[in-house]
Design a binder for this molecule. Structure first.
Ligand SMILES: NC(=O)c1ccc[n+]([C@@H]2O[C@H](COP(=O)([O-])OP(=O)(O)OC[C@H]3O[C@@H](n4cnc5c(N)ncnc54)[C@H](O)[C@@H]3O)[C@@H](O)[C@H]2O)c1
Length: 331
């Protein structure tokens, strides 16, 4: 009988997504959730007790735990730099929630800290584990669509997301980064020019629309919004449409195959982190399992750090374009 080696993991920041990370690490057979940390003392205690692991208010105590081999950092994007660097210095392999950081400068510091300390780093870009988006990517790579001509993506959410985040981050960092990474991943190119506009009638950002061209001649657009009415039946409405010289691909995620009609229509999540048979399944679980397997068996990580930095470069150019009211050319 072979002994199953489990990766010993800690989670830093156990809010919305961090609690899901903690739960998944406690459920998958290849990992052991050893500890969680959160500056909100009550939150750390609640999650630690829920998943029967150690808990700390100060993440440096978690990093001092010798038996922890990897950490998942799930703090808000504006705080990524400090714990990511501290984790690297403590010799922990790192799964860092997207975006890697708010600026390319900070992102480079995180990459350097990981390299200098010989730890592995993966930024958690969920669409790279979503079966719909990955299959379309593989078809593009195989040449089924020919040479790409144009690409369009959108990600819209109800306005309650603004009530939760209270203007603490931009929609480009919180949701847009998914599709920005997707555009660069699908087209395998780099940005040439970006023109972004925002509307703020209800909140700081109601929507951001972006037009862009890439160095390989592809043109495209992105539509991000946090303005859907609360009566909207699903939490996310995302789409991508990509057209090439030989074919086209289209993903439209409005409902996810399950429609409930109780108090109005509802399209529950069936693919990101649905709960059934007493566990969390979906692409978030696949992403965490991939990270654990790659660290344990010294395999390649599916999300190159370089790509996560290019997504931040794209966002910085969008924000600059919004501020200046003009298109921005990149290197
Ligand atoms: N992959 C996805 O689909 C997805 C979904 C949601 C959020 N995220 C990402 O996860 C991260 C967290 O987002 P969230 O919505 O869970 O945020 P959140 O506000 O719900 O939770 C953040 C938690 O971190 C804690 N925290 C705050 N400052 C900290 C610090 N300096 N050190 C340690 N902990 C700190 C807070 O007390 C809170 O419990 C962000 O980077 C976000 O973009 C990814």
């Amino acid at each position: 009988m072979t002994h199953l080696e489990k990766l010993r993991v800690g989670v830093v920041g156990v809010g919305f997504i961090g609690e899901l990370h903690a739960r998944i690490f406690s459920e998958i057979p290849t990992a052991d959730l050893v500890a969680v940390a959160d500056p909100d003392k009550e939150r750390a205690k609640k999650i630690g007790e829920k998943f029967q692991c150690r808990y700390y208010q100060d993440y440096s105590e978690l990093f001092n735990e010798k038996d922890i081999q990897a950490v998942s950092i799930c703090v808000p994007d504006r705080y990524h730099l400090e714990p990511a660097i501290a984790a690297a210095k403590a010799g922990k392999n790192i799964l860092l929630e997207k975006p890697i950081a708010r600026t390319v400068e900070d992102a480079e510091k995180i990459r350097k800290a990981a390299e200098d300390n010989g730890v592995r780093l993966m930024v958690a870009h969920l669409l790279r584990f979503d079966p719909r988006y990955v299959q379309l990517h593989d078809r593009i790579q195989r040449g089924d669509l020919g040479e790409i001509i144009h690409i369009r993506a959108k990600r819209q959410n109800p306005k309650s997301i603004q009530d939760r985040l209270q203007g603490r981050t931009s929609m480009l960092y919180y949701v847009g980064v998914h599709d920005i990474d997707l555009v660069l991943w699908y087209t395998n190119s780099e940005v040439e020019e970006i023109y972004a506009k925002k509307v703020s009638k209800m909140y700081k950002e109601d929507c951001i629309f972006v037009l862009f061209s890439l160095k390989n001649g592809v043109v495209g657009s992105l539509e991000f919004s946090w303005s859907l009415p609360e009566s909207y039946p699903s939490g996310i409405w995302s789409e991508v449409e990509i057209v090439g010289t030989k074919g086209a691909g289209h993903i439209d995620i409005c409902d996810q195959g399950l429609v409930l009609c109780t108090n109005g229509f509802n399209f529950p999540d069936t693919l990101h982190w649905p709960e059934y048979n007493g566990k969390i399944f979906g692409d978030l679980r696949d992403e965490l399992m991939h990270f654990v397997e790659a660290i344990t068996n010294h395999k390649e990580l599916l999300m190159p750090t370089e790509d996560s930095i290019k997504a931040v470069e794209f966002i910085e150019a969008c924000l600059k374009s919004i501020e200046k009211g003009t298109p921005i050319k990149l290197g």
